[in-house]
Design a protein around this ligand. Structure first.
Ligand code: ARG
Length: 474
């Protein structure tokens, strides 16, 4: 008989059981479900709703169930639909009818919302931590490449030289915003829905704040209907994750390009590359490709969740059971990608000479020649046209700017003097961009220093919030 079977005259069709069950995925919530129940039952005691003798038995039973689930000894069955009812059933098996008192003043609707929030809190911490590790790997490469110049691109056409350190730091700041989005979302995740009941609250004199405090929440969801019916915190997490995936995917694309023979700017470590079943010479950047590929599922989960929520009347609807798989899969996808990415970036070989060679054999110093003429009083629009002519001449002659003689330069403008030959060198071109946030070495060093402080702040945040979770687990 189902825990809710009282008003039914026959068993549910097997197909219905199978179709409506969520146990095969929400079993991941077991630990949080029991944490929540322990806090709930403690509150029932403090508020005098259940006698201490009952709550002690229930608590003991819940801990025994937790242990049995962890060892795999407990059987979780589709027959009991979801993790909440499976645990309640296991509890009753463990301690007898008193276990049936656990659900006093509570519904699966507030219970599942609670479990999702508890799960997500830990996921936020873990992903933030993994992001910081990746930032540190990028930061490490930046520090090691403060003198490495490569072409910077727009439209994937060589544009202006930049430091490889600058390029790495661009990703550090992207992931910094990802960290900030996650840590900011914590305050919206970290509210307790428990006590909202099925939708309207409960007739028992419960203490919602007490439960919230025990579970280290920063407060309670203010409206019971809202508490059980919104999953905006899941959407927000999925949106933050979609951006993380987007940032990762762009980096993946660059790693794939850079490790091709056409670019030959980096070589990924053997430990982070794979071979071909047929072509013996191949070394493929599979990890980067797969992370790029998995961006699709992360985006998909975001759209899926938004669509599931759209048009749902208040309050809980079974549609909302669809909130879980996308969230779990997103956490698992990001966990896998980020864990691999940090060591892959850390161990990649940066081919400085090839980058320098590339930047020496292009026109990425053309803007500097135009700026030089502006410095001598020419209007930028005019200098742009003059340098365009110089470049055209070079293309026809199969030369680059630094291959020209002073006389050739002066055919285009008498303003050009000998100093142009030092000013157009890649290092000089890079260091000329001495503005805040620019690619000049000292400006990139500033970014590197700033990043150290940002990492420190993230680590403090992680530590403080981790403590909260550890406290609660005991
Ligand atoms: N398994 C359900 C879910 O994930 C739990 C809540 C069920 N509530 C209900 N009224 N059927 O959404």
């Amino acid at each position: 008989m189902k825990l809710w079977g009282g008003r039914f005259t026959k068993p549910t069709n097997e197909l219905v059981d199978a179709y409506t069950a969520s146990i095969h995925f929400d079993k991941r919530l077991a630990k949080y479900d029991i944490q929540g129940s322990l806090a709930h039952v403690e509150m029932l005691k403090v508020c005098g709703i259940l006698p201490a003798s009952d709550t002690e038995e229930i608590s003991k039973g819940l801990k025994a169930v937790a242990a049995k689930i962890e060892t795999g000894e407990a059987e979780l069955s589709e027959q009991h639909e979801d993790i909440h009812m499976n645990i309640e059933k296991l509890l009753i098996d463990e301690v007898g009818p008193v276990g049936g008192k656990l659900h006093t003043g509570r519904s699966r609707n507030d219970q599942v919302a609670l479990d999702m929030r508890l799960y997500l809190r830990e996921a936020l911490l873990e992903i933030t931590q993994l992001l910081v590790h990746l930032q540190e790997a990028l930061h490490q490469q930046a520090k090691a490449n403060l003198d490495t110049v490569l072409p910077g691109y727009t439209h994937l056409q060589r544009a202006q030289p930049v430091l490889f350190a600058h390029h790495m730091m661009a990703y550090v700041f992207m992931f910094q915003r990802d960290v900030e989005r996650l840590t900011d979302s914590w305050k919206r995740v970290n509210k307790s829905p428990l006590g909202a009941g099925a939708l309207a609250g409960t007739t028992f004199p419960i203490d919602r704040e007490l439960v919230a405090e025990q579970l280290q929440f920063d407060g309670i969801c203010e409206n019971s209907l809202d508490a059980v019916s919104d999953r905006d915190f899941v959407v927000e997490f999925l949106a933050d994750s979609a951006l993380i995936a987007a940032h990762l995917s762009r980096l993946c694309e660059e790693l794939v390009q850079w490790s091709s023979a056409e670019f030959n700017f980096i070589e990924l470590d053997d430990a982070f590359s794979t071979g071909s079943s047929m072509m013996p010479q191949k070394k493929n950047p599979d990890v980067a490709e797969l992370v790029r590929g998995k961006t699709g599922r992360v985006y998909g989960h975001l759209i899926g969740m938004l669509t599931t929520l759209k048009g749902l009347p208040l309050a809980y609807n079974k549609d909302m059971q669809e909130d879980k798989e996308g969230m779990f899969d997103t956490v698992e996808t990001l966990r896998g990608a980020l864990a691999l990415f940090a060591p892959m970036v850390e161990t990649m070989d940066v081919k400085k000479e090839n980058m320098y060679e590339a930047v020496s054999n292009d026109f990425s110093n053309a803007t500097d020649l135009a700026d030089y003429l502006v410095g001598k009083g020419m209007a930028f629009r005019e200098s742009h046209a003059v340098v365009g002519q110089v470049v055209l001449h070079c293309i026809n002659e199969n030369k680059y700017l630094l291959d020209l003689t002073l006389e050739e330069f002066q055919d285009f403008s008498a303003l050009i003097e000998e100093d142009i030959f030092t000013l157009l060198r890649p290092e000089a071109v890079v260091n000329a961009r001495d503005v805040a946030g620019g690619t000049a070495k000292n400006r990139v060093e500033d970014q590197i220093t700033l990043a150290n402080k940002l990492f420190e702040a993230s680590k403090v945040w992680i530590l403080e919030h981790e403590e909260a979770i550890v406290l609660k687990n005991n």
